[in-house]
Design a protein around this ligand. Sequence first.
Ligand SMILES: [Zn+2]
Length: 272
Amino acid sequence: MPTRTLVTASLLLLALSACTTSPTGRSQFLIVSPASAIQQSRGAYQQAVDSFRGEQKIADQPQVDSRVRRVAGRVVTAATQQYPQSSNWDWSVVIVDDDEVVNAWCMAGGKMAVYTGLFEQLSLTDAEFAQIMGHEISHALANHTAERMSRAMAIQLGLAAVSAATDGSGSAGQSAELLAQVALELPNSRTAEREADGLGMRLATLAGYDPEAAVTLWQKMAALNDDRPPAFLSTHPAPDDRQANLNRMIPTMRALNPTGSRLGATAITIVD
Ligand SMILES: [Zn+2]
């Protein structure tokens, strides 16, 4: 009965949904709660790590390790100072040995990945790398993982209803962990991008890195895009006015940390 399935799906959506507010004050309509996103991301992260390990793609480069530890660790310090609820997150990063892939991500709960292609293809300065980590961490802090998982679940419920209508089975067989994986592949909304741009620049600046690096970072990404689009840009669509927005924020950001004093690095787990 397609109608009944649709009604059930809608009721389920309503029962599970909750209204939350992002750090910028935007209201978010979530089917997957931030707490549940953190929990499911833990399992999805383990699966991602296992698959990198199976492909022997976990980097073994002490210099890259120490750079990630130092730069990401400082940005994490800024994050936990600004958002104390994240201080009990199990902050971890897997460094993926793949020079072809220009990408980085952070799941709910501080589970991160950095691909060596970022360094190989963009010749990043530490300040630019800090901007990437600030941006990624901000997506997690602002519940964007939960938002993407909510979208993935809405798609899944829609598909279940359609499949029930066509063959009567309608199994909602996907696990919540799979939702977290699917969410990783979904692009962020442009609103979420703008939010992560602002919060990320703030975290990197507070950590002690020059906010101007946010502008040069996106310029480098765009230049690469002419040639081969980086994976990063498919999940982080550019708001039309990104460059102008970032430029406009520089003076406000500088005022947050005029001397550029550096925070100490939080000890984060480097997955090996
Ligand atoms: Zn983004």
